[in-house]
Structures are given as C-alpha cells and as structure tokens.
Design a protein around this ligand. Sequence first.
Ligand code: GSH
Length: 131
Amino acid sequence: MKGLEGMIGLSVVHWHMGADGWTFEDGPGVIPDPVHHARFLHEIYTASQPDYTGRVTWPVLWDLTTGKIVNNESSEIIRMFNSAFDRGRRGAGRFLSRRTARRYRRAERAHLRDRQQRRLSIGLRAQPGRL
Ligand SMILES: N[C@@H](CCC(=O)N[C@@H](CS)C(=O)NCC(=O)O)C(=O)O
C-alpha cells in the first residue's frame, strides 16, 4: 500500500479478545509482534508508557525509532499515512485519493456533529431544569 510495505511492518492480534484483552496467541490471520514478542497487546502499551492504565485498543501505530506508540486512533493514523509519506518518495501514491479524502473528512465532520448533538440532547434530558 502506497509502496510503504518495506517501511512499515504489520502485526495482527487474535480475533478473540479474552479476559486480559487482545492477544497474539496463535490463530488464523494472527501476525506476531516482532518487536516485543508480546503475548498481549497491553504489553505494547506499557512498553510505550510503563504507567499506562487506559483502554487497550487496536489499531496501534508504533515508532521503532522512539520506542513509543505514535497513535492509536484509526482516523488519525489514516490521515497520517495519507499525507506523511507523500513528499520525496517517487512512486508512492496517496493512501486515499484527494476526492475520497475530501469525502472522508466531510463524513467525519458530520459524524462528530451528530455525536455532539446526541450528547447535547442527552445532557439536556438528564438536566431538564437547567438552561
Ligand atoms: N479510538 C479507537 C478505538 C478503536 C477500538 O475501539 N478498537 C477496538 C477493536 S476494533 C478495540 O480494541 N476494542 C477493545 C476495547 O474497547 O476494549 C479508533 O477508533 O481507532
């Protein structure tokens, strides 16, 4: 994808999330973690930040140079891949076409607006006496 296969590795967790979260347990489609040889995804979060206690979700973008998680937000990772590697790499295309990227941003804005409106109306219902 975008000619980045040689630059960006890929690991895939097991489809089943157990009591201790996502694992790299052997299974269909699983690609083990070659950096930490982690058994659980949470090991990767604590390798990045030892006192991490938040949610452990995928995707995760890991930086081999700094030894830290760069980002775990899919929409931001897509945006980074779409723009970060464009300059100076001949032959590397865009991850999304400009048109698709525009549509994606529009849909994302609409989604955020909807979510905000829903939260607002839930907030108003929860506090009917206020405002
Ligand atoms: N902020 C994340 C959320 C990702 C997310 O919820 N991933 C799911 C798998 S598709 C997950 O790991 N869920 C585990 C959990 O919520 O505990 C994103 O949209 O990229």
